[in-house]
Design a protein around this ligand. Sequence first.
Ligand code: GUN
Length: 292
Amino acid sequence: METPVASAKILDGKAVAARIRNDLARQAAALASHGVQPGLAVVLVGEDPASQIYVRNKTKACAEVGIRTFDHRLPATTSKAELLALIARLNADPQVDGILVQLPLPAGLDAREILPAVDPRKDVDGIHPDNLGRLVMGEPRFVACTPLGIMTLIEETGVKLAGAEAVVVGRSNMVGKPMAALLTAADATVTTCHSKTRDLAAAVGRADVVVAAVGRAEMIRGAWIKPGAVVIDVGINREANGKLRGDVEFAAAAARASAITPVPGGVGPMTIAMLLVNTVAAAKIRAAGPAR
Ligand code: GUN
């Protein structure tokens, strides 16, 4: 078999995220000098190993830019009432600008009953129903971190989104739906594909911009990619040997795309950077004083 030669620009999310963090560190220092140190409460319920790693990475990134974190680790046996009581305390705490409840929650706790309890003005994860609704209505407040980071990576490519065909594969509340809303707001013609889509290859083949967020290793075949397309891979699929694979067949897609994100080092670091961006934005609102 012929080995495809990558011709695409590799979208280095790690480098872009580092640049954003540098900028945020300056902003956080300026806020702190006015007595407002940005603060993020991180709530982790249970022992999910992947979540523990994500939370550790988020906490470390906060420390690096000067965001204070308030760590709340709760056992998997935590009741809905206990978790809601903690969220109510964090909502009322003036030191806490942002609240992150790491998902998935353990069995027995329903995210649909918990997430709406977070004050939407502290929802730096952008997953409160109010915030997703506002985004869809074209009046965004906090936007979910992964799609927000992807928009920054797409901007890096210089591709003109107005009138472009964009295909989002996946319709989750945290990625697919807000992604489609952002691309629509940027005047792209957006198609959302999912498990019931009849001809995924044909849909992907029409796309100038593809965002793959399905959670299945290499489901998006390289041969489907339209030559010159921008390909964004949200997938983090861990193989038995520990290696990470994206949702896109990388080498074959890179041979056709104009730009593509690697896995790891593409979307992942941008997601964390956007959490920091949203937290600093929340702290700026606190620094500006109560709304009149
Ligand atoms: N679990 C996996 N990704 C995320 C995320 O971005 N935010 C939260 N809260 N939980 C997650």
